[in-house]
Design a protein around this ligand. Structure first.
Ligand SMILES: C[S@@+](CC[C@H](N)C(=O)[O-])C[C@H]1O[C@@H](n2cnc3c(N)ncnc32)[C@H](O)[C@@H]1O
Length: 248
């Protein structure tokens, strides 16, 4: 994990409380960003907005916070070998690096709309890792055996179209794992779009599942909590993971 200097780490907060709702890992308040002065932005601004996050420590904070439930989720997954892996909205590339280190991974690719995120990820890349600055919807790389996306798909104007794009990047029999803390049942996160000044599509668990079914996936879902999480919702609601299996 990059640390110090340009990518100074944000110190972890101590203690545990359920109120007030702490800033989400994916959306802490940082006043020096352009976005902080705007009420809302369009989806076309997504990459530009996240450019600041690559520079002010928030990409490492996402790595720490998202990592807890993602790693918990991945522990229950048996990857077939060999495999090629894609992370959609990869941020600083932490999950790509983790995947590249797994037995049987021959290629791990991260894509992200943010130029600074991709620059940061590329600066840390090992031999199996590749990073591309692109939006999911306009990219045609692949095919991959596994795709993962953590807290990225709901920035797309149409979740259904974004999920279909991932479907087309997978091999037959491939699997898409999609993690989100922002979902209808998790009411504690409902205020994130206003707080972050970004458009986000709010779907219930069943709506997420329907979007996956609509794309052609066979679907399952589960929530993974973080028992040591500072916010009550991390302990009680957790991250929703939707798994889509592309038929063989
Ligand atoms: C909340 S961050 C999560 C980053 C990373 N997945 C993590 O857990 O640390 C969302 C990232 O997704 C990227 N993103 C959002 N929509 C995207 C799209 N349609 N195509 C590519 N990247 C996208 C953003 O630029 C941002 O870096």
């Amino acid at each position: 994990m990059p640390n110090g200097g340009l990518y100074a780490k944000i110190p972890a907060r101590r203690g545990r409380t359920s109120r007030p709702e702490p800033a989400p890992a994916s959306c802490p308040r940082v006043p020096n960003l352009e976005i902080a002065s705007r009420a809302r932005c369009t989806v076309d601004d997504v990459g530009r907005n996240f450019d600041g996050w690559a520079l002010d420590g928030r990409s490492e904070r996402m790595e720490q916070e998202h990592g807890k439930t993602v790693v918990g989720f991945l522990q229950g997954v048996r990857f077939r070998r060999p495999f090629e892996f894609l992370d959609v909205g990869c941020g600083n590339g932490w999950l790509v690096r983790r995947a590249a280190g797994m037995k049987g991974c021959t290629r791990a690719v991260g894509i992200d709309k943010s130029a600074n995120m991709i620059q940061l990820a590329s600066s840390l890349a090992g031999p199996k890792e590749e990073f591309f600055r692109t939006g999911l919807e306009e990219w045609s790389g692949g095919p991959f055996d596994y795709a993962f996306s953590m807290e990225a798909i709901y920035y797309s104007p149409s979740v259904g179209a974004a999920v279909s794009s991932v479907y087309s990047l997978l091999r037959k029999g491939g699997t898409f794992f999609c993690g989100t803390d922002y979902y209808g049942e998790n009411t504690a996160t409902a205020g994130w779009p206003k707080r972050c000044g970004m458009e986000m599509q709010l779907l219930s668990e069943e709506e997420w599942r329907a979007a996956f079914r609509g794309a052609g996936f066979r679907v399952s879902s589960r929530r993974v909590t973080d028992p040591r999480g500072r916010a009550a919702w991390r302990r009680e609601m957790g991250t929703l993971f939707i798994t889509g299996k592309k038929p063989s």
